[in-house]
Design a protein around this ligand. Sequence first.
Ligand code: NAD
Ligand code: WQD
Length: 347
Amino acid sequence: MKNILVTGGTGFIGSHTCISLLESGNNITIVDSFMNSNKSVIEGIKKVLKLSNNLDENKIHLYLGDIRNTSFLQDVFLDSKNNKKPIDGVIHFAGLKAVGESMVNPIIYWDVNVNGSISLLKVMEANNCKTILFSSSATVYGDSKNIPFKESALINPFNTYGHTKATVENILKNIYDSNSSGWKIGCLRYFNPIGAHPSGFIGESPNGKPENIFPYICQVASGFRDKLYVFGNDWPTADGTCYRDYIHVVDLAEVHKITLNYLFNKENENLILNVGKGKPSSVLELIKTFERVNNININYEFSDRRVGDIPISYADTAKMFSLLKWKPSRSLEDMCRDGWAWQKNIS
Ligand code: NAD
Ligand code: WQD
């Protein structure tokens, strides 16, 4: 049993990962500023654990604060040590993730995503905690030409958000390459995580108008928004809409637990892994699947292409399969059904 610090642990992917860690008997120490989540997520996490008889309140610790505040983070590490549960490793989700917003407000993206990560790494080093799993993104590949993307593909982000992710990956590589021994680093490049926990107790709650397609579909389905605009039907694909690699958030949570255990068993590591299903689906296929499994119509209309989109993005998952001996098992149907269960719960 380990004590894992989960930054951004009340966010979309963080909350699902906390459940996965707790279900395996770990302690979790969440640090979150609630800038894109709130305390009710903790209640949701507890409800899920109660369902599977895994709830032990003593294993969940929550600290409200900002990762850029280094002395606050130092207090979290100290507190954990004093409570005889020193932090063994970190999963670092906390950050800002909206591509469009990152182009409008670059300073805040560099500050939170990069300075926030540096602040965390300083405190980890000071406390001799050297195992970290970092939330990177397929966006670091930009419009790199070789599809499916291999981890070795050119890193060529074309938005500020992507640059911040690539920069943190570089910082982590520098740390690994330096003489400081014992660092065990994993950068997971997620493709398109969607869905929710099947209980409907936790899921994604974007602030304002969603940039991503799945929460937008859910909000149209619930009647909260009138219509989905499909960005382009003239792409060079079979049905003219873009292809993406959707992965169920519960599968994504599972792979964090597995990768973290993989890192704990290494002496030194700097691992870069794509995390997707390796199976692209078109925007129309996603909409049609959502309609079919939930027996609901989605009002949509084709509109212009969105600036910065690429027609096809999906992962080469060979490295993940061979290294972790693990494959995501949940289908596009599962993603659509579970995501809708959550949306109905909050509508
Ligand atoms: P999210 O916004 O739901 O979760 C992020 C959490 O971090 C939120 O709870 C937020 O309150 C917290 N946070 C933000 N800034 C903070 C700060 N300065 N200090 C402390 N807490 C802070 O996002 P998510 O979808 O769960 O994404 C988690 C991570 O995965 C992010 O780093 C994101 O860039 C990355 N990622 C997400 C996706 C995706 O499609 N969701 C894809 C690739 C990578
Ligand atoms: C998917 C498809 C859109 C909204 C982004 C980030 C990436 C990662 C995941 C964080 C595209 C189309 C969308 C809408 C639409 N996040 N679409 N109507 O762009 O693949 O990736 O989120 O790291 O880094 O770049 O995901 O969900 O925005 O779009 O037609 O209202 O849906 O054009 O083809 P994307 P998305």
